[in-house]
Design a protein around this ligand. Structure first.
Ligand code: ATP
Ligand code: MG
Length: 458
């Protein structure tokens, strides 16, 4: 993977063109265009992060990120197809249809950060920094728009393996943080003091886990050991960012491994509070077996190149807590089953939203999947045929199959019925529907529809 290396005067380890495996063939045309244009405009520009790391590891990068000494405004002036985004972290997006190349200006150090920077700290500089950087009482960076040199930028990145810079001008790799050595050792190691770095941005704890499973690497002990204690810092992360992280952790083909590593590190509760409690207390065996199977299936689908919706796993992770809530509401028969179902669904969705902001377009399919779990019992008359036409039938049926696998019994019979029904000829389907016992046999109907108010106590 790596060959000849030389030490440059600026102190990074420099790997010559022939000494590494990153070649322009591995880099997308759009990323190369952006690198060349920046260079031509008189700026330094490097491929950095996952783009370099993944190629060195023989993997296909998910996207290409670029770092430059041009400011966002200077980048915008160079590209017609440029959009400036972000407040906390200002970035340029160069848009090529559906492909977006992210360009970040080199980040500098913050005044109160623990750093070895040589930046002069005169008062004018300090005032400028105040406007562009902001830290919370917990040490979290709320705004991070101080620009700096490539050396500073390298120190501000999260892990050593993410701090490798490839230049399309001289085709060399610049390694400021011993990232190459860590790639060889297959270890995830934070740059700088782990606790400070996690306090600045607690999401780095999630990133450590994600990279460990994605790249099949170990988290260095100094980077791993503070995580369980610092996990409560996650409570300060906005729910919208948690949704982004949910997508990366659970829809990247390593959902099962990430789920367990998050749980081991006290981090799962910040995504799925109810499920995390069930796991910790080992209080609902079906729920645990169910989520395990859904995670396995999700990873398999992704690794087989099949489509997955973020809604399915979210619906699954909450399902048994929803059932528990419904049952709790129905204790003493004070609420009709249908009312209890909707009340519990409302309540549990609100609780989930406080951790992870699920966009409406995924909330609706989640609710559909849940509602259909009830409806799949009702097959008489035209109901079964109608259900087959439902936009979310497939997802709901898959959901039922896994529940049946876990619970067996009547649920397995129901799942088998639906499997046969879909494969049956129209005549057989008619017979199947006729032989389904009417609504009176449905267990949900056993609960009285409306209860009279109890008479006054004697
Ligand atoms: P992938 O895109 O495969 O998920 P990546 O390493 O490219 O992995 P991105 O989220 O695309 O991750 O970020 C690009 C680079 O930006 C990272 O490699 C890292 O250098 C830097 N970076 C991203 N997030 C952080 C963070 N929270 N703290 C410090 N540096 C970060
Ligand atoms: Mg990336």
């Amino acid at each position: 993977m790596l060959g000849k290396t030389t030490k440059a005067t600026t102190s990074p380890l420099v790997i010559e063109r022939g000494g590494h495996t990153v070649s322009r063939k591995n880099i997308s045309d759009n990323a190369l265009k952006v690198l060349y244009r920046l260079n031509k405009g008189g700026y330094d520009a490097y491929l950095v992060g996952g783009g370099v790391r993944d190629i060195l590891l023989g993997q296909q990068p998910k996207d290409f990120d670029i770092a430059t000494n041009a400011t966002p405004e200077q980048i915008k002036a160079l590209f017609r197809n440029c959009r400036l985004i972000g407040r906390r972290f200002r970035l340029a997006h160069i848009v090529f249809g559906r492909d977006i190349i992210e360009v970040a200006t080199f980040r500098g150090h913050h005044d109160n950060a623990d750093n070895k920077s040589s930046v002069k700290k005169d008062s004018a500089n300090k005032n400028a920094k105040k406007q562009h950087s902001k830290q919370s009482e917990h040490g979290m960076l709320l705004r991070d728009n101080i620009y700096g040199t490539i050396e500073e930028d390298a120190e501000r990145r999260d892990f050593t393996i993410n701090s490798l810079y490839y230049s399309a001008r001289d085709f060399k790799i610049y390694d400021f943080a011993n990232g190459l050595a860590d790639i060889e050792k297959k270890q995830i190691r934070l740059i700088g003091d782990p606790e400070t770095r996690y306090r600045e941005d607690p999401v780095r704890m999630l990133r450590a886990i994600r990279f460990a499973t994605k790249l099949d690497m170990k988290i260095h002990k100094d980077t791993a050991s503070p995580i369980p204690t610092l996990a409560p810092l996650m409570a300060n992360i906005p729910a919208a960012r948690m949704f982004e992280e949910y997508l990366k952790l659970f829809l990247g083909g390593k959902a099962q491994a990430n789920f367990h590593l998050l749980a081991e590190n006290n981090l799962l509760q910040y995504f799925f509070p109810q499920m995390s409690q069930i796991l910790a207390a080992n209080s609902n065996k079906a729920a645990i077996a169910f989520i395990e199977q859904v995670l396995i299936n999700t990873d398999k689908r992704i690794n087989d190149g099949l489509r997955v919706t973020p809604a399915f796993l979210l619906a699954a992770v909450i399902w048994y807590s929803l059932e528990e809530n419904i049952n709790a509401l129905m204790v003493g028969n004070t609420m009709a089953p249908q009312d209890a179902f909707f009340a519990a669904m409302h309540e549990i969705m609100a609780e989930q939203q406080r951790c992870v902001a699920i966009p409406k377009r995924f909330q609706l399919p989640m609710k559909d999947i849940w509602i259909l779990q009830q409806k799949l019992h009702r097959r008489e008359g035209a109901k079964a045929f109608k259900l087959l036409e439902h936009q979310r039938f497939r997802a709901a049926y898959d959901f039922l199959l896994i529940r049946a696998q876990v619970e067996g019994g009547e649920l397995q019979e129901l799942a088998d019925w639906w499997t046969n029904f879909q494969e049956a000829s129209p005549d057989t389907q008619q017979q199947m529907v006729k032989s389904v016992r009417g609504p009176r046999s449905n267990s949900r109907r056993r609960a009285p529809r409306k209860r009279r108010k109890p008479s006054a106590p004697e």
